[in-house]
Design a protein around this ligand. Sequence first.
Ligand SMILES: Cc1cc2nc3c(=O)[nH]c(=O)nc-3n(C[C@H](O)[C@H](O)[C@H](O)COP(=O)(O)OP(=O)(O)OC[C@H]3O[C@@H](n4cnc5c(N)ncnc54)[C@H](O)[C@@H]3O)c2cc1C
Length: 376
Amino acid sequence: MTIRNDITIIGAGPAGLVCAIVLARAGCRVMVREMHSGVGHRFHDDFQGLENWSKEEDVLTEMRAAGIDTDFEYHGFDKGIAFDPAGQVHQVCGARPLFYLLRRGRTEGTLDRALLAQALRAGVAVRFGDRVRHLDGPGVLASGPRQAGMIAAGQIFETDMADGAWLALGKSLAPGGYSYLLVQGGRGTVASCMFTGFRDQALHVRATLEFFRRHAGLRMQNPRPFGGFGNMRLARSAMQGGHPVVGEQAGFQDALAGFGMRYAMRSGVLAAQSIIEGSDYAKRWHRELGPFMKTGVINRLIFNLAGEAGMNFMLRRLAKTDAGRLLRLAYGPSLARLPLLPVARWLYRAPLADPSCSHVDCDCVWCQHCKHDELR
Ligand SMILES: Cc1cc2nc3c(=O)[nH]c(=O)nc-3n(C[C@H](O)[C@H](O)[C@H](O)COP(=O)(O)OP(=O)(O)OC[C@H]3O[C@@H](n4cnc5c(N)ncnc54)[C@H](O)[C@@H]3O)c2cc1C
C-alpha cells in the first residue's frame, strides 16, 4: 500500500472534509484550503435532508463504516405529507427513516462544523481565506457546483409549529421541482426548489409560502430569506489535471431531487480510498456511484415528461406502501429504464442549464446582481 503524503484538498464542503478525514486517519498529511473565512458559508443554517432511501444500507451506518463520526445534530424522519399538483394530500411513511434532517451553515451543530471539528481532530490542517486557482502536486478538487442547474430559495424562521416535513408539487410553486417545509425543535425552513423558471423565483417563493400557510398551517417568526444553487452532470472520469474531483464540482448530485450530500460525501470517501490504495478513482466511482447517477438522469427525464397526472400517480403509489422501499427501487439501477439512458444522457450531456433564464438582469439566486461569488 502506497500512501501519498502532503495531499491538498480544495474546498471545505462535505466532500472535501470527508475526503480529508479518511486520508488523515490513514496516516496522510492533509491540508484543506478553503476560500471563505470558515465552513458552511454557502448555507444559512437551513435544514437539509440526508437521504436514506437510495440504498439498502442506512446512510449513517455507511458513513461510520468509512470512519466518519456522525456527531452532528440530526433527526430521523420516517414520515411526511406530500401534496400533489391538485392539492390532494398523501401521507408518506417509511419502515425506517426516509431521511435525516440536519442543518447546514456556520453554526455549532451543523454538518459543516461537525466535519470541520472531526477533520481538525484527525490532524488535518485547514487554511481559510485561501482561494485556490491552480493546484500543483497531489490533491483533490472539492470546490462545489460550477453552474446553477437547480436553485432553492425561501425563508428560515423560528416557529411554534410541531415537528414535521411537507412537500408540494406544482408548476406555480416550483417548476420542474418541489417546494418543501421542514420544522424541527422550533426552527423551520421553507423553500421552492426549482429546476427551471429561475427568472420568476420571487413569484414561486411567494406562492410556496402562501400554499404552506393555507395547507400546513405555516407560522413563521423572524423569517430570514435564504437561497442557493446546485448542479448535476454526468462526469466522464471526474479527474482533472490528474486530480480526483469530488462532490458537486464533479457533478455528483441526485438529478431527480437535488439531494447531493450523500453523493458528495461518498465521492470524498472513494477518492480518499483510491489515494490510500493507489487504485483508480474513476473506476471506483463508476462502479459505485455510476449506476445511481445514470438512473438519476433517467428519472429526471421521466419526471419532466410525467406531467401532473404522472406526479399524482407517483404520490398515490408512494403513500400506499413503505415509501423507502419504493424509492429504493426508483433510485436503483433498472434494466427496464435503461433504454432511456441515451436520450437522458444526451439531454444532460452538459451541466443542466435553465433554458428559461438568460442569467442576465434577473434576480434569481444564481444571478442576484451577478455577484455569484458572494453567494457561494
Ligand atoms: C439551498 C440548498 C438546499 C439543499 N438541500 C439539500 C438537501 O436537502 N439534501 C441534500 O442531500 N442536498 C441538498 N443540497 C445540496 C448539497 O448541499 C450539496 O450537494 C453539497 O453541499 C455538496 O457538497 P460539496 O462539498 O461538493 O460542495 P460545497 O458544499 O459547495 O463545498 C465546496 C466548498 O469549496 C469552497 N471553494 C469553492 N471554490 C474554491 C476555491 N477556488 N478555493 C478554495 N475553496 C473553494 C466553497 O467555499 C465551499 O466551502 C442543497 C443545496 C442547496 C443550495
